[in-house]
Structure formats: C-alpha cells, structure tokens
Design a protein around this ligand. Structure first.
Ligand SMILES: [Zn+2]
Length: 117
C-alpha cells in the first residue's frame, strides 16, 4: 500500500480514537462543568499507555474498539496494515475503507464469527 493511502488510513484511525475518547470523556464528565480540555489532549495523554483504571472504566464496546484501532495503528507502524492477521492475505481495500480497524479479511471474519478461528 502506498504511503499516501497509509496516511489517510492513519488519520482516520486517529480520528476514530479521538471520537471514542471524546465520547467517553463526555459521559464521564456528565453533570460536571465541561472544561476546556479538548479531545486531542485526552488522546495524547492516553496514547502512550492506558492506565488500568482508564481501561476498566470504559464500556466493553469502547474498550474493544479502542483496542482494534490501536492494533490497526500498530500495524501501520509495522508495515503490516492491510494484511489479514489470520491468513496474511491482502485485505480488500473497500473493506478497509469501510472499517479501517478491521484485522481479518472477510473469509476469516466469517470464520471468527462462527467460532472457527
Ligand atoms: Zn484472512
């Protein structure tokens, strides 16, 4: 995959991460005075290492998605992005465009959903 495409995917993944953290932060600060801390700051603070408490306080779906997004960012760094983690086939670009954090190709995804992977 060329660098330009990779960068586009990276941007979308980072944006998704910010969205998850922002939604989490809004929930958490509900009822409190909203301060000026932007989602980007939170993403920066949280990016290097998540504390156990932080991860624990996320809902399961937020945590799962955050993990998928982080793994996808890691695959970009390790030049493995766009390759199915199970069968190592190249993934369909349309699938990646729809779900940039997908880690399985469609056939492996189906196997996983059926509990065969
Ligand atoms: Zn596969």
């Amino acid at each position: 995959m060329d660098q330009k495409k990779l960068k586009t995917f990276r941007d979308r993944l980072v944006q998704k991460k910010v969205e998850i953290l922002d939604a989490y932060n809004k929930n958490k600060t509900y009822g409190k005075e909203a301060d000026g801390e932007g989602a980007q700051d939170i993403a920066d603070k949280a990016s290097s290492s998540y504390t156990k408490e932080f991860l624990f306080s996320l809902s399961n779906s937020e945590r799962d998605q955050l993990q998928l997004v982080d793994e996808a960012l890691g695959r970009i760094d390790h030049r493995r992005f766009g390759t199915c983690v199970a069968c190592e086939d190249e993934m369909n670009l349309k699938r990646l465009e729809a779900v940039p954090w997908a880690k399985h190709c469609i056939s492996c995804q189906e196997k996983q959903e059926q509990g065969l992977l």
